[in-house]
Design a protein around this ligand. Structure first.
Ligand code: GLU
Length: 312
């Protein structure tokens, strides 16, 4: 088995960077354009707190779908598993992440799981707070607390573009309002929170810290403070393993073998139980929404460091 070192990280980035040419950078996120097509940055924080980083690890990017993990953690902490999973299922889906078709016929009109768009909008409607501002503030400051990084902040331009390009998400939310899936709040409120959380800027170090938070069972990786109950974190990691990579999650469970969540800006967070948190940025994504070079980094790390949780 290879040993983690800065040199090892450099070699992984060098070997995986050519895979960026197999993906496309989305064209609707402000600050993200073709000039970032070959970017690849990776940060690992081990369970002991050692940090290894290489490539374009100082690149900032918006959370996008990785926000679904944070929204789910909050909804579980606020309402518990029973209530959350009355609104949303826990099954993987072979449909695209923004599919509307299954809402019409799946059991009780529930979205398949909380890590697709419909599911995240439904869980966003469950986050506690007197107003959208207050609910967003809770989520944003939670993320700032666990990352302890002042580069983690709301990006207003990205938020505006989420609204402008949000026709599909609005359809999902209004459909779910019509079937009673959205809790208390109406579609606009759930959408507003969803757009805002998608628009928080992060970096690969911040994602690695999020991964560490998950492997530390909801405890702050530096202070040790329990911020989310461990049984909720366990639920989130299980769903990340089965549904975190959109409709490629089964492939990743087999080829990589630990909980992951990706976003369309090319970020991926990984949580390897007992070992490490991983943060990756490589904005060139495939048709299913996953970073191509990021996926190759994960396969390489899993293989060379023996990270697959089903490993013998
Ligand atoms: N903001 C994007 C959307 O709501 C996020 C999609 C993603 O990262 O998968 O469609």
């Amino acid at each position: 088995m290879e040993k983690l070192s800065d040199q090892f990280m450099e070699e992984v980035v060098k070997a995986c960077r050519p895979y960026t040419s197999q993906g496309e950078v989305v064209d609707h996120i402000p600050g993200l354009d073709q000039s970032h097509a070959t970017d690849l940055g990776v940060t690992i924080i081990t369970q002991k707190g050692e940090i290894y980083s290489a490539g374009n690890d100082d690149s900032g990017f918006s959370l996008q779908s990785i926000s679904k993990v944070i929204i789910l953690l909050m909804a579980l902490e606020d309402f518990g598993k029973e209530v959350v999973f009355q609104k949303v299922g826990m099954e993987p889906t072979d449909d695209f992440f923004n599919s509307i078709s299954n809402l019409e016929d799946y059991e009780g009109h529930r979205p398949f799981n909380p890590l697709i768009n419909s599911g995240a909008i439904a869980t966003a409607s469950l986050v506690n707070g007197a107003s959208v501002e207050e609910r967003f503030e809770r989520i944003c400051s939670f993320l700032q607390t666990i990352t302890n990084d002042d580069r983690v902040k709301f990006n207003k331009e990205v938020y505006r573009s989420e609204i402008k390009n949000g026709a599909r998400n609005r359809s999902l939310a209004y459909f779910m309002e019509s079937t009673g899936i959205l809790s208390n709040k109406d579609a606009e409120e759930a959408l507003e929170l969803y757009y805002r959380v998608n628009s928080i800027d992060v970096n690969s170090l911040a994602l690695a810290k999020l991964g560490c938070f998950l492997i530390n069972h909801g405890r702050h990786f530096e202070s040790g403070e329990q911020l989310i109950q461990s049984h909720h974190v366990r639920t989130v990691k299980a769903i990340m393993l089965t549904s975190g990579m959109y409709n490629e999650s089964g492939t990743y469970a087999v080829e990589v073998g630990f909980p992951l969540k990706s976003g369309v800006s090319g970020g991926i967070v990984g949580a390897v139980p007992g070992r490490m948190g991983i943060g990756i940025i490589a904005p060139a994504i495939n048709k299913k929404g996953n970073s191509v070079a990021g996926g190759q980094v994960l396969r390489t790390l899993s293989d060379k460091l023996k990270l697959n949780i089903f490993h013998d």
